[in-house]
Design a binder for this molecule. Structure first.
Ligand code: PLP
Length: 287
């Protein structure tokens, strides 16, 4: 396996970074996760836009422009001869002095990992997930924007730990006012009376690329779709609940805080959207 690391392709065993890298020392950097379907990189331009916006927000200069980055990503996929893959892009502040001032870091490091996809087992899609709300809150947008996919993902890691402790598959994260925001690394949707709802991102959710794709697909299929704030109660009484994300695609949640969602099985709108999503990803992508 070849990994792009700081300007060259190196073997997986040799892909190591300095202990002085501020990405390692302080979580100072940004990242993206992208899928490859049938050799095509899905929504590459949207992911690159988000990567460069994350970097802009934390004053990190990516040493390649978007076109160069696009080429490097496609090259990484080709070099590893991958058809279905998960790509991780990391841009760290690079090595510097101890001390968190980034001024001593003059060489931001770009890392591109493309590896064979470990698919979630199909039975998970048939059964659906159990999720639970957690005590940790989504960080406030005025402190650190949830739109920044930074290497400082501790907030999300803490909610994942809480979900693990509760013995469920995924966390339901609320904001400081108690509105539902998202999962630890996925967006949430509910369905009520055939209307599809997802929280507006200003409440504290990442504007997920899968989320946006599903909003478009659902609207094209003729469903009523709204971005609207809702609480845990609305999730408890929903007809269907599902999560979206690059890794999980579209997956039902069938139990929330111990309450069974409807009949406890993935709903037909969730299944419909997953089927349509999987059709779209075949044709939509950068070769
Ligand atoms: N929310 C968070 C916090 C995430 O990290 C992710 C993963 O990227 C998502 C939601 C889902 O976004 P996307 O569909 O772009 O993968």
């Amino acid at each position: 396996q070849w990994i792009f690391l700081g300007g060259e392709f190196v073997k997986k065993e040799d892909a190591v970074v300095s202990v002085y890298d501020h990405g390692f020392l302080y979580g100072d950097g940004v990242f993206e996760g992208i899928r490859v379907y049938h050799g095509n990189v899905f929504k590459l331009s949207e992911h690159l836009t988000r990567l460069y916006q994350s970097a802009q927000s934390i004053m990190l200069t990516i040493p390649y422009d978007k076109e160069e980055m696009e080429q490097l990503i496609v090259e990484t996929v080709r070099k590893n001869e991958l058809q279905s893959a998960y790509i991780r892009i990391v841009v760290s502040r690079g090595p510097g002095n101890l001390g968190l001032d980034p001024s001593s870091c003059s060489n931001p490091k770009v890392i591109i990992i493309a590896e064979n996809l470990r698919m979630f087992p199909e039975e998970l899609y048939n059964q659906g997930l159990r999720i639970a709300s957690v005590a940790s809150r989504r960080n406030r947008p005025d402190v650190l924007s949830p739109q920044v996919k930074s290497l400082n993902y501790l907030n999300n890691i803490l909610v994942k730990l809480e979900a693990n402790q509760a013995g469920v598959d995924e966390a339901l994260m609320l904001n400081d006012q108690g509105y539902v925001t998202e999962g630890s690394a996925d967006n949430i949707f509910i369905v009520k009376n055939n209307t599809i709802l997802t929280p507006p991102v200003y409440l504290g959710a990442l504007e997920g690329i899968t989320r946006n794709a599903i909003l478009n697909i659902a609207a094209e299929l003729g469903y009523n779709v709204h971005e609207t704030p809702f609480t845990r109660h609305d999730v408890y009484i929903a007809d269907e609940v599902f999560l979206t994300g690059t890794a999980v695609e579209v997956i039902a949640a069938v139990e929330v805080d111990g309450r069974k969602v409807n009949d406890g099985k993935p709903g037909h709108i969730t299944n419909h959207l997953l089927r349509e999503f999987r059709k779209v990803v075949v044709s939509d992508g950068t070769q």
